[in-house]
Write a protein that binds this ligand. Structure first.
Ligand code: SF4
Length: 206
């Protein structure tokens, strides 16, 4: 089974076509937003372990799920010591921008929790997103709704990879911030008549 990167879950949630362009067609272009995200992750990409009162903090922890065919990395996993000696993991993902709920970020974090549950064999009830611009954390509960949406997205990505078909564009406000807009051409591709006119006008064919 071809592994699905955890970041693909975020991309598919944001826009299935963006995920397809990256993971089926293998194209990627940076813009200011993606570069800002990369610089932020560079800061937390150095593996390491730190112990504070009652919590072990592990940075850049590799994650996988054999069951679901996932792999990737957690920016940080905090392991909270319990009175019975066990530890409860809490994944923390770093994101650019101010504190704000984004379903795509929550689904990626939930997929990290699914990996941790399979790897360690303990329940992971919640995680957190650290929003760099506001330096604030937002707690994310891994409830049945979020787990269901995350699993559904993983299945859709698997089906997309198996067919090798890039989904059609869904033009909308999010396209303005998308680094692949010039490759995707959402307005043209989603209006087949415009493609026909373009072919007639530019290439003298239809
Ligand atoms: S430009 Fe819009 S439709 Fe195209 S990949 Fe980006 S978000 Fe999706």
């Amino acid at each position: 089974m071809e592994p699905i990167l955890l970041s693909a879950i975020n991309q598919y949630f944001f826009c299935p076509r963006r995920c397809g362009l990256i993971h089926v067609d293998g194209v990627f272009v940076n813009n200011a937003y993606t570069l800002e995200g990369s610089f932020l992750h560079d800061k937390v990409d150095t593996p390491g372990v730190e112990n504070r009162a009652g919590v072990r903090i592990v940075r850049a922890l590799p994650l996988y799920s054999r069951e679901m065919g996932l792999n990737g990395k957690a920016d940080i996993v905090e392991f909270y010591k319990q009175p019975d000696g066990t530890e409860v993991p809490l994944p923390v993902d770093y994101k650019r921008g101010p504190r704000r709920k984004w379903a795509n970020d929550d689904a990626q974090l939930c997929a990290q929790a699914l990996c941790l549950e399979e790897m360690i064999g303990v329940p992971v009830p919640k995680g957190a997103i650290f929003h760099a611009a506001s330096k604030k954390r937002r707690e994310v509960l891994f409830d049945a709704v979020l787990r269901g949406a995350t699993l559904e997205t993983i299945n859709k990505i698997r089906a997309m990879l198996e067919t090798g078909k890039v989904p059609p564009p869904l033009p909308g406000p999010r396209c303005e911030g998308c680094s692949l807009k010039n490759i995707c051409m959402p307005e043209i591709v989603s209006a087949p008549g415009k493609v026909v006119n373009y072919n007639i006008n530019v290439f003298n064919r239809n």
